[in-house]
Ligand binder design. Structure first.
Ligand SMILES: CC(C)(COP(=O)(O)OP(=O)(O)OC[C@H]1O[C@@H](n2cnc3c(N)ncnc32)[C@H](O)[C@@H]1OP(=O)(O)O)[C@@H](O)C(=O)NCCC(=O)NCCS
Length: 187
């Protein structure tokens, strides 16, 4: 089986504002897939004008970075975001998604590895945080295998399907990642 690092080496992260119009439009299509939007805070389908405004916002913002994820054939397979980037406190939040056609093949782990390396090596953050809606246990487990620690539960934070759901707060420090990453490099 291909290692996570080998898969990661074949992925390219393209800042959304530098991507072709086709790739930019493709991000909206993937983000609107039902298996993805149901796991996001904003579940409704994103219209094309909303998407354009969001890209303009990302372009002008210092606290958001969004990358289109391309496979070895330059095919768009997902998105990776860093938000609330705060260089005074050297921290940020992150999130990711992959089109349903490629899920379950190790790309998620490879992308999580790349996200952690980008956060701690390229951006030189001290802390990376994320939030997972309560039912998304598989993704919580995935984050924990990379060394994310449970930091809290935000109770009844999301109203969906006529019920309130908790969200799980997770975080990892630069020192924790330094110790964790070795296990991925040798596996
Ligand atoms: C999260 C996501 C990027 C993971 O990508 P992926 O390509 O499916 O992940 P991988 O193939 O690398 O699998 C990683 C691990 O997570 C598990 N996993 C991930 N998503 C899962 C799901 N929905 N159900 C069950 N297991 C899941 C896999 O079984 C695997 O665990 P294992 O190694 O113990 O078998 C992808 O499932 C996705 O886009 N989900 C919808 C959006 C989302 O929930 N994003 C996270 C919140 S921001």
């Amino acid at each position: 089986m291909k290692t996570i690092i080998a898969i990661a080496q074949n992925l390219e992260l393209c800042p959304i504002e530098k991507c072709s119009p086709d790739i930019q439009a493709g991000i909206r299509e993937i983000r609107n897939e039902s298996s993805i939007r149901k796991n996001m805070y904003q579940e409704k389908e994103i219209r094309s004008d909303e998407h354009e405004s969001w890209i303009a916002h990302v372009k002008s913002s210092k606290s958001i970075q969004f990358f289109a994820v391309l496979d070895v054939n330059q095919k768009l397979i997902g998105g990776l975001s860093f938000s609330n980037i705060d260089m005074n406190n050297r921290r940020a939040d992150w999130a990711f998604y992959l089109t349903s056609h490629v899920q379950g093949r190790g790309y998620g782990k490879a992308l999580e590895f790349l996200a952690l390396e980008y956060a701690f090596v390229t951006l030189e953050l001290n802390k990376l945080n994320c939030e997972v809606i309560g039912w998304n246990k598989a993704v919580q487990k995935l984050h924990e295998t990379f060394g994310f620690q449970l930091e809290g539960i935000r109770r009844q934070h999301v109203y969906r399907n006529e019920k309130y759901h908790d969200t799980t707060l997770l975080g990892i420090t630069a020192n924790e990642w330094e110790k964790q990453k070795v296990k991925w490099e040798i596996s």
